[in-house]
Design a protein around this ligand. Sequence first.
Ligand SMILES: NC(=O)c1ccc[n+]([C@@H]2O[C@H](COP(=O)([O-])OP(=O)(O)OC[C@H]3O[C@@H](n4cnc5c(N)ncnc54)[C@H](OP(=O)(O)O)[C@@H]3O)[C@@H](O)[C@H]2O)c1
Length: 332
Amino acid sequence: MTVPQDAAETAGPVLVMGAGLIGCYLGGRLHAAGVSVDFVGRPSVLQELAAHGLHLTDLTGGMWRVPASELRLHEDVPAGIRPALVLLCVKRPALAQTLQRLAQTLPRETPVLCWQNGLFPIDAATLASPQLHLLPAMVPFNVMRRGPGHFHQATAGQLAAQSAACLAPWQAVFQRAGLSLGLHADMRPVQWGKLLLNLNNPVNALSGLPLKAQLLDATHRRRYADLVTEALALLRQAHIEPYRVTPLEWDRFLRVLRLPTPLFRLIAFRMLRMDAHARSSMAEDLAAGRQTEIDDLCGEVVRLARSLGTQAPLNAAMVDAIHRLQNAGRTV
Ligand SMILES: NC(=O)c1ccc[n+]([C@@H]2O[C@H](COP(=O)([O-])OP(=O)(O)OC[C@H]3O[C@@H](n4cnc5c(N)ncnc54)[C@H](OP(=O)(O)O)[C@@H]3O)[C@@H](O)[C@H]2O)c1
């Protein structure tokens, strides 16, 4: 695809709402491609960015730096700001309050890409903030913090969003930033595909191990595969074909997870290409005493089962186990 050189300039300014892992990475990559970006975040993150600027890397060896002097950092949505696009990058527990704030400050019909994992309840959110144009979006890859101001894309994949006329020009902009953005008429199968992949998050959080070590353990892999198998059967019953987020069809993906570890290590070498210390965001949330996104992952599988008049006992047990830890305010 030929990318117009001036796409970034003509597309208009971007507002990153929630400068964390995803916000800093996506916003930073767009800034590095010439897009005008404003970041709204917590004081501690803003101080870090003001001291170190942004240092972005990816698994192919790509590196981008944005000096602190070029960053526009804010503790709240700046008055009078007119972004052409908002990247809403807060986690689910902060969503309702953040949408309310955006709705109070931004012009009607401002497009807002909602990058939260899980099945974003766009209808309910739109009812709560009808003046914004909310669009579900999906980040297929992991972003981790490697040091002050350093955000690393640890896995691969194509960004996805609900197709809408207002997003058509942004495909070229994301492409120019080296971030391919696929537009989908129906985001539900895409969101379910990412959700299935994320069913490893609670397994990882409960294992107490880094992701790589956990995936190299056959018992933990089987636990993950069992959760996906349970969800997949329900999705098929509901006639939902989840999007393939990895290079493998879901059934092959499950077979690979169930292989003996020496074979798994050989075949899944791409899946294992990750920082040896990386943990799931759920493990990080538990460690920091924050609320997790378990209700939006295994909880969605439980809700799907209920809607079909059946049960999802394995996913339900995960919801309970993570809630217990969350309520006790401690890690494994
Ligand atoms: N990280 C990944 O690799 C990844 C991959 C795919 C999808 N996702 C999804 O992307 C979403 C964001 O994840 P993340 O890992 O980037 O989360 P994160 O690192 O916690 O970033 C969110 C940031 O937004 C801040 N925030 C919350 N409300 C705010 C407000 N009103 N104003 C300013 N800042 C606010 C949060 O502060 P507090 O902590 O104080 O609330 C936090 O610093 C999640 O829903 C996750 O499921 C993440």
